[in-house]
Design a protein around this ligand. Structure first.
Ligand code: NAD
Length: 354
């Protein structure tokens, strides 16, 4: 199968492969759409088993960014990058400098930022070679780590989903099963705890689990047991594709609302979630806070303005209204939430193309 025949390639404007022999960089940048503005989306470093697996991942993720940026009503298109390698053992400053040069060669059609396996300091290294690396600290427009804003959006979105699925936004006494207490999950745990929720948490990182449990009194369960946990809300904040044929029948929760990207293994699973009567907050809507924060930096750079928390708050509040609309329409039109969100995002991108 050629690149152009891959189902995930559909709709993409361009795909760019980079290899730097000196640093060992192997990276792919996918630009799904620049209709609404320059493409923006994070850089993921992952030990993919093959270049094909990396390609499929970056294509899926870049389309997701187009939809996410459109739903957050940002003047940005969608793109994403992946670096093939183990982020724990193969990271060097030179590698990220080479990645920065790769981003720069696209002349501003793509802005990069942090994603899984890539930290603020990695992006700042890339930023020594390009103006198109955002999510940095210490500069006038710099927006820093997007995770706290992502978690704030997920927290607000989770309450909206609770209103639709459980009849109340009040989380006092509600049990939340939280999968993954990394950057987003740990901030989210703090907020849920402060709102009076009872937490059941899991992670493969024992130290992260201990830290969150000590702070919040959360109960810890083994990674696979999170799907069988008695909870009103399931909040996935770790991996993609965790809603699948194996896990869905096990879930006890009425509401699924978490920060992880690509939660639905397939669109059909989204339909099955709906048919089981569960309220699912579409991932790329509820987790859009991080890209809003990053977008504020792109905007600041374009206008030579400082980071503007009020602009971020305005966009986040509007995104949460959009999530509320998506969930209300799902109930009224008897259609899965992800189909409604996809249709709104596609229409916004089409309108910009027109
Ligand atoms: P992270 O790497 O800091 O946290 C992920 C956590 O999941 C880690 O603690 C990891 O140990 C844990 N984990 C890995 N495998 C697991 C398993 N099998 N079971 C349970 N836990 C497991 O990443 P993050 O930045 O917190 O992002 C979490 C998710 O949210 C990702 O899907 C990411 O794409 C998405 N997301 C993040 C942001 C952001 O601003 N950081 C924005 C939008 C979406």
């Amino acid at each position: 199968m050629t690149l152009f025949d891959l189902p995930a390639y559909a709709g993409h404007e361009s795909v760019h492969a980079f290899h730097d022999e000196k640093t060992g960089l192997k990276a792919i940048i996918a630009i799904h759409s620049t209709a609404r503005g320059p493409a923006a989306g994070g850089c993921r470093m992952w030990n993919y088993e093959s270049a094909e697996a990396a390609l499929t991942d970056v294509l899926r993720l870049s389309q997701g960014m187009s939809y996410k940026n459109a739903m957050a009503d940002l003047e940005l298109g969608g793109g994403k990058s992946v670096i093939i390698g183990d982020s724990r053992t193969q990271k060097t400053p030179e590698l990220f400098r080479a990645f920065g040069r790769a981003v720069d060669s696209l002349g501003g059609r793509y802005f990069t930022a942090e994603d899984v396996g890539v930290s603020v300091s990695d992006i700042m290294e890339a930023g020594k070679e390009t103006r198109y690396a955002v999510g940095v600290e210490g500069s006038k427009a710099g927006s820093g780590d997007p995770s706290p804003v992502t978690a704030e959006g997920v927290f607000r979105g989770l309450k909206i989903a609770a209103k639709h699925g459980l009849g109340s936004e009040d989380l006092n006494g509600t049990t939340v099963a939280l999968q993954g207490v990394g950057h987003v999950g740990a901030y989210l745990a703090d907020k849920l705890h402060a709102a009076g929720a009872r937490l059941v948490i899991t992670d493969v990182n024992q130290e992260a689990l201990r830290r969150v449990a000590d702070k919040t009194g959360a109960e810890i369960v083994a990674p696979d047991d999170i799907f069988d946990t008695r909870a009103e809300i399931f909040a996935p904040c770790a991996l993609g594709a965790i809603l699948n044929e194996e896990t869905l029948p096990r879930l006890k929760a009425k509401v699924i609302a978490g920060g992880a990207n690509n939660q639905l293994a397939t669109p059909e699973i989204g339909r099955a979630v709906f048919e089981r009567g569960l309220v699912y907050a579409p991932d790329y809507v509820i987790n859009g806070g991080g890209i809003i924060n990053v977008a504020s930096e792109v905007r600041g750079l374009q206008r030579d303005e400082a980071y503007d928390p009020q602009w971020v708050e305005g966009k986040l509040a509007r995104l949460m209204e959009t999530l509320d609309e998506v969930l209300a329409r799902s109930a009224a039109e008897k259609r899965p939430t992800h189909e409604i969100a996809d249709a709104i995002a596609q229409e916004r991108i089409r309108a910009a193309r027109g």
